[in-house]
Design a protein around this ligand. Structure first.
Ligand code: ADP
Length: 371
């Protein structure tokens, strides 16, 4: 049996799977959540040790690693060599929450499975199709070129998988479809996808820009940084504040969507505000990408919040019948693990919930590199 061991090391969780490459069946897998919180693994290295123990002597054909930032250097999945590892380490400056966790996974896997190929599958690769108008920041061109300042975009593995599934669900070829996909997890972004190619996305040079996230601010006026810098905040403090103490956590005091929803329902005003800001930002990007694409065939929700939070989907999609986007409240409220339509039958633009499967997408790409 040909198997791929998939390591998806995220900001607060590590998902892992052993996948039978031929049948695309998940043989074994698990998730370590809330890393860093009390009662859980202290850090990614400790979480990984536990996972490797659970694999118990299984020898995979290839190990596929989710790597968040590939810069402009990586436009597709790549065999991990010493040079590639050094590049991932260098690019950690652009993804401080993620690349170091990804590297820890690569190193632990290599130590545990000497001789098995490690393949890096980059979240940024899918968005290398962006045109200059979409990826260029209007800053000093010389500085931008020297310091690789441009929009890269993230969650590409998920967008790749989800857009393919959307085409299956709609029964139409992906090459004909205009899709707006909201990937809403702890990290969150949205992409405008035309014919299977990314044309715009909300995350930028780093995974900080765009939507409100669990602990990240998303969009803000860069002038705020100068204001706070003059008030005495150091660069390190600003980095920590925007990446780890902002978003839902910053506004509501809790970064987990389930907790924020529960608190808002029991009348907590800060949690209510956090949700309103979160929805407002979703709607802002929905409007922008409808114009960018010239309409849409479907709006798709995926990842932890997108798949499970009916209030979030309603907050983003309510009152849009005039645009041809009509949510069916009963369908939206129905709990399911399956890919499904949650718009009304009459809605010209379909609204879909599609569980992402980044692990399977990574397994597919890792084995393709090996072959
Ligand atoms: P990551 O980016 O770490 O992979 P996930 O895609 O697993 O994150 O999403 C985690 C988020 O999904 C958390 O904010 C969690 O609260 C949220 N979530 C999971 N289940 C639900 C639910 N039933 N209702 C609301 N939010 C949920």
């Amino acid at each position: 049996m040909i198997t791929a061991f998939v390591v998806n090391s995220g900001s607060s969780s590590i998902k892992w799977e052993l996948v039978d490459v031929d049948t695309e069946r998940r043989l074994r897998g698990g998730i370590v959540e809330r890393i860093g919180e009390s009662g859980a693994a202290a850090d990614h290295a400790q979480a990984m040790e536990g996972i490797l123990g659970e694999l118990g002597g299984e020898n995979p054909s290839v190990i596929g690693h989710r790597v968040v930032h590939g810069g402009s250097e990586f436009t597709s999945a790549t065999l991990v060599t010493a040079d590639v590892e050094a590049a991932i380490e260098r690019l950690a400056a652009l993804a401080p929450l993620h690349n170091p966790a990804n590297l820890a996974g690569i190193r632990a896997a290599r130590a545990a499975f000497p001789g098995v190929a490690n393949v890096a599958v980059f979240d940024t690769a899918f968005h290398q199709s962006l045109q200059p108008a979409a990826y260029t920041y209007a800053v000093d061109a010389g500085v931008a070129a020297e310091h690789s300042v441009r929009r890269y975009g993230f969650h590409g593995t998920s967008y790749n998988f989800v857009s393919g599934r959307a085409a299956e669900l709609l029964g139409r070829p992906l090459t004909e479809l205009k899709l707006i996909v909201f990937h809403l997890g702890n990290g969150a972004s949205v992409a405008a996808i035309d014919g299977g190619r990314s044309v715009d996305t909300s995350m930028g040079m780093t995974p900080l820009e765009g939507l409100v996230m669990g602990t990240r601010s998303g969009d803000l006026d860069a002038g705020i940084l100068f204001h706070l810098g003059r008030a005495g905040f150091s660069l390190a403090e600003l980095d920590t504040m925007l990446n780890r103490r902002s978003g839902l956590l910053g506004v509501a005091g809790d970064g987990d969507m389930r907790d924020v929803q529960a608190a808002a329902e029991s009348g907590d005003a800060a949690s209510r505000l956090a949700l309103d800001v979160y929805y407002h930002r979703l709607r802002h990007y929905l409007g922008a990408y409808l114009v960018t694409l010239g309409g849409a065939d479907a709006v798709v929700f995926t990842a932890g919040v997108g798949e499970n939070s009916a209030p979030t989907r309603a907050g983003a999609m309510s009152g849009l019948a005039w645009l041809g986007i009509e949510l069916d409240e009963h369908r939206n409220d129905t709990i399911s693990r399956n890919a499904r339509v949650i718009s009304t039958d009459a809605s010209p633009v379909k609204i879909l919930v599609i569980p992402t499967n980044e692990e399977l997408e990574i397994a597919r790409q890792a084995i393709a590199v090996l072959r």
